[in-house]
Design a protein around this ligand. Structure first.
Ligand SMILES: Cc1ncc(COP(=O)(O)O)c(C=O)c1O
Length: 289
């Protein structure tokens, strides 16, 4: 089926969608993005994603390209046009198009907005059954990882390292030995008291929308949560480990740097949270049901 992309006010065939060579996202990575899940044709956790987008834009002093209600309409229209029942929507906003110069353009160009959608891929049954292998790598990123910037080189290099090591993800490790997060996922462990441990969402990590939902679900399920950093050593000795993201939902981790976690099998708490989270994705939020 053909699909459209949205580019600066127009719906255009995906294969012909393009932006200007002097778009600042292209030349400087001067832009931000969001990836949202679509389930049953509905955008999952739309408001938290738009709140995070607002945070990223404000921190970089990029204006909204249109009002929030208008953006919601464009997102819905693209999902409708492309007939996406289950999949994801990518949206990117850059500071706009201007002659190349590091400082913000004086002319304040209109921020550039692009959106694309993608149908869900078939779930990777073997990965789900076996759980993910993770390697650890030094976190070489900047000090504002709370901003969902399109500047993703360290994340790309880290993920490629994981792939070349036959692993699914790389957990990034700060200079003090604590895990910050994955290259496109948040990191969690379950300790020997069956408590969930995940890093507090400060400037060292992205405040994952899936992370927020899983925190809420854990609370409703009487699973204790502790928001604090954990070391690689603690993680390799943990009862369970898992990662979260919009595209992976909750994915059990069964090895870290070759050390088996939970006997090398997906843990019960991770599997339960995965099931609860998939149920949460499928159910419309109560206030709009
Ligand atoms: C660095 C990083 N951490 C965490 C996440 C997970 O965030 P979310 O649950 O909102 O997809 C992502 C998602 O892209 C990410 O890039």
């Amino acid at each position: 089926m053909s699909r459209d992309a949205y580019v600066n006010g127009r719906y255009v065939p995906h294969g012909r969608a393009s932006v200007h060579v002097e778009d600042r996202a292209y030349q400087f990575a001067d832009g931000v993005y969001e990836v949202v899940a679509i389930q049953g044709g509905r955008i999952v956790d739309e408001e938290p994603h738009l709140d995070r987008l607002d945070h990223s834009l404000k921190e970089l002093r990029i204006a909204w390209p249109m009002t929030r209600p208008a953006l919601r309409l464009v997102m819905r229209e693209l999902v409708r046009r492309n007939g996406v029942a289950d999949g994801s929507l990518y949206l990117q906003i850059s500071r706009g198009v201007a002659p190349r110069d590091h400082a913000f353009p004086k002319s304040s160009p209109r921020p550039a907005l692009v959106m694309t959608t993608r149908q869900a891929r078939k779930p990777n049954a073997a990965l789900l059954e076996k759980g993910a292998a993770v390697i650890t790598i030094p976190d070489i990123r900047w000090e504002r990882c709370d901003i969902k910037s399109v500047s993703l080189l360290p994340n790309i290099l880290g993920k490629q390292k994981a792939v070349e090591a036959g692993a699914h993800e790389a957990w990034q490790v700060a200079a003090d030995g604590t895990v910050t997060e994955g290259t496109s996922t948040n990191a969690w462990i379950v300790n020997d008291r069956n408590e969930l441990v995940t890093r507090k969402a400060d400037r060292a990590i992205l405040s994952g929308i899936t992370r927020l939902a899983v925190m809420k679900i854990a609370g409703e399920s009487q699973i204790k949560l502790v928001e604090r950093p954990f070391t690689v050593e603690e993680a390799t000795k943990a009862r369970e480990a898992f990662l979260t993201s919009t595209t992976s939902s909750v994915l059990p981790v069964t090895s870290i740097d070759g050390h088996k976690i939970g006997g090398g099998k997906p843990g019960p708490i991770a599997l339960r949270l995965r099931e609860l989270y998939l149920g949460y994705m499928a159910a419309p939020p109560k206030d709009t049901a």
